[in-house]
Design a protein around this ligand. Sequence first.
Ligand SMILES: *[C@@H]1O[C@H](CO)[C@@H](O)[C@H](O)[C@H]1NC(C)=O
Length: 231
Amino acid sequence: MQETILLFCLSGLFLGHHALPPIKSYYYVDQKLSWTDAQQHCREQNGDLATVDNVADLQHLQESRTGFIYDDDFIWIGLYDDRTRWKWSLGDQDYKVGQNYGTWSGTDPDFWNNEENCTGLSSTGIWFDISCYSLYGAVCFDDEESNYILVQNPMTWYEALQYCRSHYTDLAIVRNAAENGKLLALNPQSSWIGLHRHPWSHWSDGSRSTFLNWAQEKTKTTLNLQVEDQL
Ligand SMILES: *[C@@H]1O[C@H](CO)[C@@H](O)[C@H](O)[C@H]1NC(C)=O
Protein backbone atom coordinates (compact mmCIF):
# COMPACT_ATOMS: atom_id res chain seq x y z
CA MET A 1 0.00 0.00 0.00
CA GLN A 2 1.33 3.48 -0.83
CA GLU A 3 1.18 6.70 1.11
CA THR A 4 -2.58 7.03 0.87
CA ILE A 5 -4.98 6.64 3.57
CA LEU A 6 -7.21 8.30 6.02
CA LEU A 7 -7.68 6.89 9.39
CA PHE A 8 -10.05 6.25 12.14
CA CYS A 9 -9.13 6.79 15.70
CA LEU A 10 -10.75 5.17 18.62
CA SER A 11 -11.23 6.62 22.02
CA GLY A 12 -12.79 4.71 24.86
CA LEU A 13 -15.17 6.52 27.15
CA PHE A 14 -15.52 4.72 30.43
CA LEU A 15 -18.59 5.10 32.58
CA GLY A 16 -17.45 5.15 36.17
CA HIS A 17 -15.07 2.59 37.54
CA HIS A 18 -17.24 -0.46 37.11
CA ALA A 19 -16.60 -3.21 34.66
CA LEU A 20 -18.92 -1.82 32.01
CA PRO A 21 -17.62 -2.29 28.49
CA PRO A 22 -16.16 0.93 27.13
CA ILE A 23 -18.32 2.85 24.68
CA LYS A 24 -16.35 3.34 21.52
CA SER A 25 -16.29 6.72 19.99
CA TYR A 26 -14.76 6.80 16.55
CA TYR A 27 -13.57 9.86 14.86
CA TYR A 28 -12.40 10.23 11.37
CA VAL A 29 -9.11 11.98 10.58
CA ASP A 30 -9.18 13.59 7.18
CA GLN A 31 -5.48 13.18 6.40
CA LYS A 32 -3.33 10.85 4.37
CA LEU A 33 -0.73 9.12 6.51
CA SER A 34 1.21 5.89 6.66
CA TRP A 35 -0.18 3.28 9.04
CA THR A 36 2.57 3.96 11.58
CA ASP A 37 2.01 7.73 11.44
CA ALA A 38 -1.72 7.17 11.68
CA GLN A 39 -1.20 5.05 14.78
CA GLN A 40 1.00 7.72 16.31
CA HIS A 41 -1.53 10.43 15.49
CA CYS A 42 -4.33 8.55 17.22
CA ARG A 43 -2.14 7.83 20.23
CA GLU A 44 -1.25 11.49 20.57
CA GLN A 45 -4.99 12.13 20.91
CA ASN A 46 -5.05 9.59 23.75
CA GLY A 47 -6.77 7.01 21.60
CA ASP A 48 -5.56 4.43 19.16
CA LEU A 49 -6.38 3.28 15.66
CA ALA A 50 -9.93 1.96 15.49
CA THR A 51 -10.81 -1.54 16.58
CA VAL A 52 -13.82 -3.21 15.00
CA ASP A 53 -15.22 -6.05 17.07
CA ASN A 54 -18.61 -6.70 15.52
CA VAL A 55 -21.07 -5.67 12.81
CA ALA A 56 -22.47 -2.88 14.98
CA ASP A 57 -18.97 -1.39 15.25
CA LEU A 58 -18.61 -1.55 11.47
CA GLN A 59 -21.87 0.33 10.96
CA HIS A 60 -21.00 2.85 13.62
CA LEU A 61 -17.64 3.42 11.99
CA GLN A 62 -19.15 3.79 8.52
CA GLU A 63 -21.61 6.38 9.84
CA SER A 64 -18.75 8.39 11.32
CA ARG A 65 -16.99 8.78 7.99
CA THR A 66 -19.59 10.54 5.84
CA GLY A 67 -19.18 14.02 4.44
CA PHE A 68 -15.43 14.05 3.99
CA ILE A 69 -13.48 14.72 0.84
CA TYR A 70 -11.70 11.40 0.79
CA ASP A 71 -14.91 9.55 1.36
CA ASP A 72 -14.23 6.88 -1.25
CA ASP A 73 -10.73 6.05 -0.15
CA PHE A 74 -9.53 3.28 2.06
CA ILE A 75 -9.00 4.08 5.68
CA TRP A 76 -6.64 2.62 8.22
CA ILE A 77 -7.92 0.67 11.15
CA GLY A 78 -5.83 -0.82 13.92
CA LEU A 79 -5.53 -4.44 12.81
CA TYR A 80 -1.99 -5.51 11.99
CA ASP A 81 0.09 -8.62 11.87
CA ASP A 82 2.77 -8.62 14.54
CA ARG A 83 5.14 -11.40 13.56
CA THR A 84 7.09 -11.15 16.79
CA ARG A 85 4.09 -12.09 18.92
CA TRP A 86 3.88 -15.84 19.60
CA LYS A 87 2.31 -18.08 22.27
CA TRP A 88 3.26 -21.16 24.20
CA SER A 89 0.49 -23.74 24.07
CA LEU A 90 1.05 -24.34 27.79
CA GLY A 91 -1.09 -21.81 29.61
CA ASP A 92 -1.43 -19.70 26.47
CA GLN A 93 1.64 -17.77 27.65
CA ASP A 94 2.93 -14.87 25.58
CA TYR A 95 6.24 -15.10 23.77
CA LYS A 96 7.95 -12.17 22.09
CA VAL A 97 10.66 -12.79 19.51
CA GLY A 98 13.77 -10.81 20.45
CA GLN A 99 12.78 -10.48 24.10
CA ASN A 100 12.23 -14.06 25.20
CA TYR A 101 14.74 -16.89 24.99
CA GLY A 102 14.98 -18.64 21.62
CA THR A 103 17.65 -20.26 19.45
CA TRP A 104 16.06 -19.36 16.12
CA SER A 105 17.72 -20.47 12.94
CA GLY A 106 19.04 -17.66 10.68
CA THR A 107 16.24 -15.24 9.80
CA ASP A 108 13.52 -17.36 11.42
CA PRO A 109 10.82 -16.88 12.41
CA ASP A 110 10.03 -15.50 8.96
CA PHE A 111 6.46 -16.80 8.50
CA TRP A 112 7.50 -17.91 5.02
CA ASN A 113 4.70 -18.18 2.48
CA ASN A 114 2.26 -16.88 5.10
CA GLU A 115 2.00 -20.29 6.64
CA GLU A 116 4.85 -20.99 9.02
CA ASN A 117 3.22 -20.43 12.37
CA CYS A 118 4.38 -23.44 14.35
CA THR A 119 7.83 -24.17 15.82
CA GLY A 120 10.13 -27.16 15.52
CA LEU A 121 13.33 -27.96 17.38
CA SER A 122 16.14 -29.40 15.25
CA SER A 123 18.46 -32.20 16.35
CA THR A 124 21.07 -29.54 17.09
CA GLY A 125 18.77 -27.52 19.35
CA ILE A 126 17.93 -24.81 16.82
CA TRP A 127 14.33 -23.58 16.50
CA PHE A 128 12.62 -23.09 13.13
CA ASP A 129 9.17 -21.92 12.10
CA ILE A 130 7.32 -24.20 9.73
CA SER A 131 3.81 -25.06 8.56
CA CYS A 132 1.79 -26.62 11.39
CA TYR A 133 0.83 -29.41 8.96
CA SER A 134 4.37 -30.72 8.52
CA LEU A 135 4.96 -34.10 10.12
CA TYR A 136 7.38 -34.41 13.03
CA GLY A 137 7.75 -36.11 16.35
CA ALA A 138 7.09 -34.07 19.45
CA VAL A 139 8.59 -33.14 22.76
CA CYS A 140 5.91 -33.19 25.44
CA PHE A 141 6.13 -31.64 28.88
CA ASP A 142 4.94 -33.38 32.04
CA ASP A 143 4.11 -30.90 34.74
CA GLU A 144 3.98 -33.45 37.59
CA GLU A 145 7.42 -34.89 36.93
CA SER A 146 8.63 -31.60 35.55
CA ASN A 147 10.33 -33.35 32.66
CA TYR A 148 10.28 -33.64 28.89
CA ILE A 149 9.25 -36.72 26.92
CA LEU A 150 10.21 -37.41 23.33
CA VAL A 151 7.47 -38.89 21.14
CA GLN A 152 8.72 -40.12 17.81
CA ASN A 153 5.67 -40.78 15.63
CA PRO A 154 5.23 -38.23 12.84
CA MET A 155 2.35 -35.87 13.58
CA THR A 156 1.08 -32.45 12.60
CA TRP A 157 1.53 -29.77 15.26
CA TYR A 158 -2.16 -30.06 16.10
CA GLU A 159 -1.95 -33.84 16.52
CA ALA A 160 1.18 -33.43 18.62
CA LEU A 161 -0.60 -30.92 20.83
CA GLN A 162 -3.52 -33.28 21.31
CA TYR A 163 -1.19 -36.20 22.00
CA CYS A 164 0.84 -34.34 24.62
CA ARG A 165 -2.26 -32.94 26.29
CA SER A 166 -3.93 -36.32 26.60
CA HIS A 167 -0.84 -38.26 27.75
CA TYR A 168 1.07 -35.61 29.67
CA THR A 169 0.52 -31.91 30.29
CA ASP A 170 1.24 -30.12 27.04
CA LEU A 171 3.78 -29.66 24.25
CA ALA A 172 7.18 -28.60 25.55
CA ILE A 173 7.74 -25.08 26.79
CA VAL A 174 11.37 -23.90 26.61
CA ARG A 175 12.21 -20.77 28.59
CA ASN A 176 15.99 -20.77 28.83
CA ALA A 177 19.20 -22.45 27.71
CA ALA A 178 19.05 -24.99 30.54
CA GLU A 179 15.62 -26.18 29.37
CA ASN A 180 16.72 -26.21 25.74
CA GLY A 181 19.66 -28.36 26.85
CA LYS A 182 17.29 -30.84 28.53
CA LEU A 183 15.37 -31.21 25.28
CA LEU A 184 18.55 -31.70 23.34
CA ALA A 185 19.66 -34.43 25.75
CA LEU A 186 16.66 -36.47 24.55
CA ASN A 187 18.41 -36.65 21.20
CA PRO A 188 15.44 -35.50 19.14
CA GLN A 189 15.15 -35.55 15.41
CA SER A 190 13.26 -32.45 14.33
CA SER A 191 10.36 -32.28 16.78
CA TRP A 192 7.48 -29.99 17.65
CA ILE A 193 7.57 -27.72 20.66
CA GLY A 194 4.60 -25.69 21.91
CA LEU A 195 5.38 -22.34 20.34
CA HIS A 196 2.87 -21.10 17.76
CA ARG A 197 1.33 -17.96 16.43
CA HIS A 198 -2.08 -16.76 15.26
CA PRO A 199 -1.62 -14.28 12.44
CA TRP A 200 -3.63 -11.03 12.58
CA SER A 201 -4.54 -11.70 16.18
CA HIS A 202 -4.24 -8.24 17.68
CA TRP A 203 -5.23 -4.64 17.26
CA SER A 204 -2.95 -1.65 17.60
CA ASP A 205 -4.32 -0.99 21.11
CA GLY A 206 -3.19 -4.48 22.19
CA SER A 207 -6.63 -6.09 22.31
CA ARG A 208 -7.26 -9.46 20.72
CA SER A 209 -9.17 -9.56 17.45
CA THR A 210 -11.97 -12.06 17.16
CA PHE A 211 -14.01 -10.40 14.43
CA LEU A 212 -12.56 -10.64 10.93
CA ASN A 213 -14.16 -9.32 7.80
CA TRP A 214 -11.65 -9.83 5.02
CA ALA A 215 -12.41 -9.15 1.38
CA GLN A 216 -11.55 -11.93 -1.05
CA GLU A 217 -8.12 -10.53 -1.81
CA LYS A 218 -7.34 -10.48 1.89
CA THR A 219 -5.87 -7.00 1.95
CA LYS A 220 -8.93 -5.06 2.98
CA THR A 221 -12.29 -5.70 4.54
CA THR A 222 -15.49 -5.48 2.55
CA LEU A 223 -16.09 -1.97 3.80
CA ASN A 224 -12.77 -0.72 2.47
CA LEU A 225 -11.09 -0.74 5.81
CA GLN A 226 -7.40 -0.90 5.26
CA VAL A 227 -5.19 -3.00 7.44
CA GLU A 228 -1.48 -3.21 7.79
CA ASP A 229 0.57 -6.25 6.96
CA GLN A 230 3.38 -5.64 9.37
CA LEU A 231 4.81 -2.79 11.41
C1 LIG B 1 -1.80 -20.65 11.98
O1 LIG B 1 -2.40 -19.64 11.20
C2 LIG B 1 -3.72 -19.91 10.74
C3 LIG B 1 -4.19 -18.74 9.90
O2 LIG B 1 -3.28 -18.41 8.90
C4 LIG B 1 -4.65 -20.12 11.91
O3 LIG B 1 -5.93 -20.49 11.45
C5 LIG B 1 -4.10 -21.22 12.80
O4 LIG B 1 -4.90 -21.35 13.95
C6 LIG B 1 -2.66 -20.93 13.22
N1 LIG B 1 -2.14 -22.09 13.93
C7 LIG B 1 -1.66 -22.03 15.15
C8 LIG B 1 -1.21 -23.34 15.71
O5 LIG B 1 -1.53 -21.02 15.79
